[in-house]
Design a protein around this ligand. Structure first.
Ligand code: HEC
Length: 255
């Protein structure tokens, strides 16, 4: 008796399930046809597909050429000196904007981020990457660079120089000029005499500052390049770049 009752209920459930399934299928079909209709409308609406032709314009191109003699916002670059550092093809020797303390601080910050790995914080060209074997970077305190025009530093950053990559992508022209200003400050600071300080200013030697910070006095000395630094070019070919002002340590690798 018990089993029979269960069987009956089972049969009724099956019938109900079958009816429900049919209903879902019909509803699904209806929804699909309605949605497909919508999609068709949007798919077929007039539009340009990138890189694909069109019969809308006479020249058959969907991408329109720039209107002649117009310049997009921010692309004028009228001040060519600001963007190239060159005046009539020659490196200029003026800043394209006034140097304020803010500009110098920005230059110092950017210099410390992008240039110190190779040129070191004092600009002697013996940064950590060079100490680990990279070609010695320019020493900003050598005679030739002490008198180099400002535009030279700008073009070196903009185009790269010998083994040095260019920094046009990570540094805006504004930042490159700020670094130029800071390099000039570095050159002054590294070659300053106590008499250059304003009268009454307290002048302390770097070695005594090092000692007061708990470091050996020699910490403030010049440091030399290790023999692992790379000198010369592959096959010792001339790369047309003026010789670097560095003393080659004995046992250094010359390629
Ligand atoms: C990856 C290492 C590296 C970095 C980072 C680097 N430089 Fe250099 N730089 C060099 C090397 C190497 C040279 C020497 C080029 C050569 O002899 O092939 C050089 C040379 C120079 C020179 C001397 C050019 C001359 O006339 O002799 C200047 C100026 C200079 N770099 C500026 C900069 C500035 C400013 C930055 C930061 C924006 C910078 N460099 C970042 C490696 C670097």
């Amino acid at each position: 008796m018990q089993t029979a009752r269960f069987k009956v209920r089972g049969a009724r459930d099956q019938a109900l399930n079958a009816r429900l399934r049919k209903l879902t299928a019909v509803c699904g079909l209806a929804a699909a046809s309605v949605l497909a209709g919508c999609r068709q409308d949007m798919q077929d609406q007039p539009k340009f597909v990138p890189q694909r032709g069109t019969d809308f314009y006479a020249d058959g191109r969907s991408a329109r050429p720039q209107v002649e003699n117009t310049v997009a916002r921010g692309q004028l670059h009228e001040d060519t000196y600001f963007y190239t550092g060159l005046i009539d093809g020659k490196e200029g020797d003026v800043m394209p904007f006034p140097v304020t303390m803010e500009v110098l601080q920005r230059g110092q910050e950017r210099y410390n981020v992008y240039c110190t790995p190779c040129h070191s914080r004092v600009g002697n060209g013996a940064g950590m990457i060079v100490q680990r074997g990279y070609r010695p970077a320019g020493n900003f305190h050598m005679a030739r660079l002490m008198v180099a025009p400002l535009g030279h530093f700008f073009t070196v950053m903009t185009n790269g120089y010998g083994a040095m990559p260019d920094y046009a992508a990570p540094l805006t022209p504004q930042d490159r000029w700020a670094i130029v200003a800071y390099i000039k400050a570095l050159q002054l600071s590294q070659n300053a005499k106590p008499s250059d300080a304003p009268a009454g200013a307290q002048v302390e030697s770097l070695s005594s500052i090092a000692e007061s910070e708990g470091m050996p006095a020699s910490f403030a000395d010049e440091w030399t390049l290790p023999p692992t630094a790379v000198f010369g070019t592959p096959n010792n070919q001339d790369n047309g770049i003026p010789a670097l002002d560095v003393t080659v340590p004995t046992g250094a690798k010359t390629k």
